[in-house]
Design a protein around this ligand. Sequence first.
Ligand code: UD1
Length: 343
Amino acid sequence: MRVLVTGGAGYIGSHTVLQLLVANHSVLIADDFSNAKPSAVTRLEELAGQSIPVCRVDLTDEAATLALFDDAIAGGQPIEAVIHFAGFKAVGESVAKPLAYYRNNLDTTFSVLRAMDVHGVRQFVFSSSATVYGENPVRERTEDMPTYATSPYGWTKVMVEQVLRDLAVADDSWRIALLRYFNPVGAHASGRIGEDPSGLPNNLMPFVAQVAVGRREKLAVFGDDYDTVDGTGVRDYIHVEDLAAGHVAALERIGLRDDALSVWNLGSGHPESVLEVVAAFARASGREIPYEVVPRRPGDVDAYWANPSKANRELGWSATRTIDEMCADTWRWQSQNPNGYPD
Ligand code: UD1
């Protein structure tokens, strides 16, 4: 299939692009490079052994998005499916800049869906998040739980999911996958592509990696008084390579299914606490990870993880990599690229 990958130069997008190419799909990347570097694509091309078409485009621009689809047809390679990663994703920033988050995450999706509608393209895979489960007291999340959010970022995911559900009801020729990611970490085994957050990392694993490599002095552990195994927050970490494989599986499956819309959790199903992640990273890197316990981060949930059995069953997919492999691959990427991608 010819797949448009929006946000394909980003962290999860780049790993998925590589796996799509390995699975013999052809890819067109659309990215505005607001939170990704062009050198990520150069490295992808090296790893894939082929050039990868990239379009620098602001997908909130509906005319430019339509032109992308028209140009693909004119070039003899019409777009047949879309994986939509592009979006703003920092929870804290979304609280400070709600309008920017709602505008960007909703408008990019509307532009892409409109262009797909105009051109009769019906296969759409959406980057959703386990954040849509909100604060449900049942820690093991299943796809049938109600959705709710605790930040503007989270609401953009809930809202786009609702738009897509309504679209699937209105026209059952759509084939839509909502993929709810748990906590993606790790990097490609080559150490050539990985997560490169700009500024202070918001998420645990990149922060720990930057402490290990000496870019930061110590980790702040946000609370050790939760009702969990050691008092620290518990999450379901999933290797980005497993996550990328989940996208390829979903893309290849939706066209074969009768349902216009399918929802799948992409997680490992294994809960890990902050201190368990810190210990695993110390083992993988051979470095000490200094940390200090500080008060809870506002808005944090104590513990949740995926029940991934629906994806296991319906996609024939499962997350296979352990937390030790996630840390080892993160460390290879971080130690080979202490300052991330070159500019
Ligand atoms: C957050 C977002 C989620 C988003 C995900 C991206 C919420 C509530 N959270 O998840 O939507 O999809 O990022 O990966 O919407 N921690 C520390 N110190 C740190 C950083 C984190 O102790 O410096 C702890 C947190 O308190 C938490 C765990 O580590 O218990 C994981 O945090 P993080 O990596 O930020 O991910 P989430 O908050 O789970």
